[in-house]
Design a protein around this ligand. Structure first.
Ligand SMILES: [Zn+2]
Ligand SMILES: [Zn+2]
Length: 477
């Protein structure tokens, strides 16, 4: 009898303890990246026994205090160099056995239930190769597709590592991770297939914006996200603020970029070059449309042709680089200097029916608008352009063409050497300050948490309860 009673006592005590423990285990957010900096988002959300990461990216200034150009840590070797300089947090039960081999951190089976990813940019997915293979990843179809395309084109430096479970989601399709319900909703950004999330936690809904803008051709997607986030009456809003500093500048729209490109092309008497990121599908379309409006052909290299061709599966409105006669695919001189099939990789050969070479372009340069990457500047030597124009149109993230000083110096030198007129036409992949204010006021959370920004304090102008996260610190909600 006595023993039974004590058993009961123990049982209740245990039950009580668990209950109490549950209450103690509040919802918390730990910011291993993306706090007080633009990019590198790596946010651990804990609620009861559920542990999920929101994004797992690499900071833009990652390791720059110690590493430069060819002096770089080798990802494949493991985490020892990264831990030495505190470049990645020494968190147990997170990294793969292989990555921890030569470190002091002992390998233990992971306790992370999921890593959910907003979009393909490296500042959101760049550190995936370090993760334990068994941790399930969740990403949009488009993001997964883009990682595969890049890996094919750049196997050595575009790699998400090995993962046993990659789950795909679509906009509005909720999924569960333990008791947490996650609703992904598409947003517009400078990479296709970007999402924000509404996560139902025991503290209420937590909304995470990822990266977004509201001034491109698919602003309707972001508007849908804002509407659903507002309806969710969230407790917390984790909001990006890349352009919180953008006060006073004109917020160029993608439409305006297209018009500007079109205007430059219409005034040019020679060949027009343009540079934009290969993942920026909206920008590709702006250049494509500008070429059409001016009855020119858009020239793209085999890599960009491959990206567009592969993305057509997800974005059917994209033109087909194999067949579309408004597009020409540029083949550079290779080994045999004869443009023979064997000179090119198998994946490059698909576009040969739509081939253009420097010789053909040279004959009628005024018929073309040509995409030109930095590492393809050599082509200018063959093209020998006269009266040409160049449009710098990169909107890649916070750099947005301003940070790459070393690259820029060479762009300018090459343009000067060939007497090419330099223009700029770009719009950001991120919401303007004014749009951020609109989003915050519209969603109206109880608590606002700024991420992906250099100026988190600025958020206080738009909300009375701002929690500013610090890198590596845990925020209890
Ligand atoms: Zn970002
Ligand atoms: Zn981004």
């Amino acid at each position: 009898m006595f023993s039974h009673f004590s058993y009961l006592l123990e049982f209740y005590a245990l039950g009580f303890f668990n209950l109490k423990n549950d209450c103690l285990l509040m919802v918390s957010l730990t910011f291993y990246g993306g706090a007080g900096e633009i990019g590198g988002n790596k946010i651990l959300l804990q609620d009861k026994t559920a542990k999920i990461y929101l994004d797992f990216g690499q900071e833009f200034n990652f390791g720059e205090d110690y590493f430069y150009e060819y002096l770089q840590p080798r990802q494949a070797n493991g985490l020892e160099v990264y831990f030495e300089f505190g470049l990645l947090p020494e968190v147990p039960k997170l990294y793969s056995k292989k990555m921890l081999e030569r470190t002091k951190l002992k390998y233990q089976k992971p306790d992370i239930d999921a890593v959910i990813l907003t979009h393909v940019h490296s500042d959101h997915i760049g550190h995936l190769p370090f993760l334990d293979e068994g941790i399930p990843l969740y990403m949009g179809h488009g993001t997964h597709k883009l990682t595969e395309i890049y890996h094919k084109l750049y196997p050595s430096f575009s790699n998400i590592g090995t993962h046993e479970k990659i789950n795909h989601f679509s906009s509005g399709e909720k999924f569960k991770i333990k008791h947490l319900e996650v609703e992904p909703i598409h947003v517009e950004h400078s990479a296709p297939g970007a999402y924000g999330f509404i996560i139902k936690t025991s503290k209420g809904n937590i909304v995470y914006t990822g990266d977004f803008r509201i001034h491109g051709p698919r602003a309707d997607m972001t508007e849908e996200f804002i509407k659903k986030a507002k309806e969710a009456k969230p407790y917390a809003l984790i909001c990006e603020g890349t352009r919180m500093e953008s006060e006073g500048e004109h917020n160029f729209t993608e439409k305006e970029v297209e018009e500007r490109v079109s205007g430059i092309v219409s005034e040019s008497r020679g060949l027009v070059f343009g540079y934009f990121s290969m993942s920026n599908i909206d920008r590709f379309m702006s250049f494509y449309n500008a070429a059409l409006e001016n009855k020119r052909k858009l020239v793209i290299d085999t890599r960009l042709a491959y990206v567009i061709q592969q993305m057509r599966e997800k974005i059917p409105v994209l033109p087909d680089p194999i067949k579309d006669r408004n597009i020409r695919v540029y083949y550079r001189l290779a080994k045999s200097c004869t443009f023979a099939e064997k000179d090119y990789s198998v994946w490059e050969r698909d576009f040969m029916g739509n081939m253009v070479t420097f010789e053909e372009i040279k004959k009628n340069p005024e018929e073309y608008l040509m995409h030109l990457n930095f590492n393809r500047l050599i082509e200018l030597v063959y093209l020998q352009p006269k009266d040409a124009d160049f449009i710098y149109s990169s909107s890649e993230h916070f750099l947005e063409g301003e940070g790459n000083e070393e690259e820029k110096k060479r762009w300018v030198a090459w343009m000067k050497h060939f007497g090419i007129k330099f223009h700029k036409a770009h719009c950001s992949g991120h919401a303007s300050k004014q749009d951020l204010e609109y989003v915050i006021k519209e969603i109206n959370p109880e608590v606002l948490i700024p991420v992906h920004t250099n100026v988190p304090e600025e958020f206080k102008k738009f909300h009375s309860n701002v929690l500013i996260p610090k890198k590596g610190e845990r925020l209890e909600l």
